[in-house]
Write a protein that binds this ligand. Structure first.
Ligand SMILES: *Cc1c(COP(=O)(O)O)cnc(C)c1O
Length: 378
């Protein structure tokens, strides 16, 4: 039986056409024709107020840290159950990271614990919509307003997902997306900054273009092209944007397939959850699933290891991922005593199943049957 991989990047077939077109246009550096096409798509189709493509979500997160003026000693609250870039972007500016726990039944930041973590030094709250499922943005925005804090949405996994009627990424002051090949919409490496607060518009563009006013200069808004602020080379090549545009045009098709696969897993494994054999993802009333990832939560780490081996012996590659960042060697050097029980539970017990566009029904049924037989035989 052929191996079922954990992930397989989906190519729509239009990528090379648009890349060729970008090449023929003869201008393939950043902020070119396809970059604009992608920006227009996100503004017109998704409804974002303003956005800038970046070379990665990591880059976009680094831009947010510069934009909210993180200075050494500032504190930033975020979940411990996340990818390292969420934290690193702020550590690079000298911030102290204050990790929050997950909910018991959902890896997202437990918004009810945020207030107890706020001090006079707190500057921002960074939320992560895990698996594309919304955090409790209503409560989080209220807390931020009351305490005069910025909210940054790490929406790396959250394209085409919603909090109530609002697209994720449109709610915090700033938001970041990823188009890494493991996400729903891809460009190999790639990302985007979304700017929901107009105070950041001008400066974001400058930071994006190496700290220069190059974009304004090319629009004829200034007669000199100068160094005006800090910045870096955060913008992607137009070749990357051309690839991304091909994917964006197929957003609905890709999403529809991924959501079908997500629902199949959910419906087929529901009886195991009802029998309290395992736990499945919970989507709160205010959220949606965008079919980014599907996971089960095992009883303990031993059971998860056994299930991973069992699936591997049957040619299915399933993986776990985030280890609690509050227990990472880097964080523990300075902070030894953080206890976040729910986060540790997800780090030990959560297992992600293969979910990608080209996973076919037969393969998915095989995975589901394997999981059912693993749990029912015990
Ligand atoms: C993928 C991911 C990132 C990093 O994205 P890159 O585009 O690879 O930099 C950051 N945060 C979260 C939550 C992610 O899932």
């Amino acid at each position: 039986m052929p191996l079922i991989p954990f992930n397989k990047p989906y190519m729509t077939g239009d990528e090379l056409y648009y890349i060729k077109n970008a090449v023929n246009r003869g201008k393939i550096s950043g902020n070119g024709y396809y970059t604009q096409k992608c920006h227009d798509f996100f503004k017109q189709i998704i409804g974002f107020r303003n956005c800038l493509l970046t070379s990665s979500c990591t880059d976009a997160l680094e831009m947010t840290a510069i934009l909210v003026d993180i200075e050494p000693g500032d504190e930033v609250i975020m979940p411990s159950y996340t990818f390292v870039s969420t934290a690193n972007a702020f550590v690079l500016r000298g911030a102290k990271i204050v990790f929050a726990d997950s909910y018991q039944n959902n890896p997202n930041i437990d918004a009810t614990t945020i207030e107890s973590l706020i001090t006079l030094k707190t500057k921002a709250i960074v939320v992560v919509h895990y698996g594309g499922v919304a955090c409790d943005m209503g409560l989080i925005m209220d807390i931020a307003k009351e305490n005069d804090l910025f909210v940054i949405e790490d929406a790396a996994q959250a394209i085409d997902s919603y909090y109530k009627e609002k697209p994720l990424g449109s709610i915090g002051h700033l938001a970041t997306f990823s188009f890494h090949e493991t996400k729903n919409i891809i460009s190999g490496e790639g990302g985007m900054l979304v700017i929901n607060d107009e105070r950041f518009d001008k400066r974001a563009e400058v930071i994006w273009e190496k700290g220069t006013n190059r974009s304004a200069f090319f629009r004829g808004e200034t007669d000199k092209y100068s160094w005006v602020d800090v910045g870096s080379s955060f913008l992607p090549s137009d070749v990357t944007a051309a690839f991304l545009f091909a994917q964006l045009e197929n957003l609905q098709k890709i999403q529809s397939r991924r959501k079908t696969l997500w629902n199949n897993y959910y419906e087929s494994l529901k009886e195991l959850e009802e029998d309290k054999v395992l736990k499945l993802p919970q989507v709160p009333d205010y959220g949606t699933s965008n079919g980014h990832l599907f996971y089960i939560v095992c009883k303990n780490i031993e059971e998860r290891s056994q299930l991973i081996s069992f699936l591997k012996n049957n040619n299915v590659h399933a993986v776990f991922h985030y280890l609690s960042l509050h227990k990472s060697p880097f964080y523990m050097k300075e902070n030894k005593n953080t206890e976040l029980e729910n986060c540790d539970i997800f780090a030990d017990r959560l297992l992600r199943l293969p979910l990608y566009y080209e996973l076919d029904a037969e393969e998915q049924n095989m995975i589901i049957d394997l999981i059912i037989s693993f749990f029912r035989k015990r």
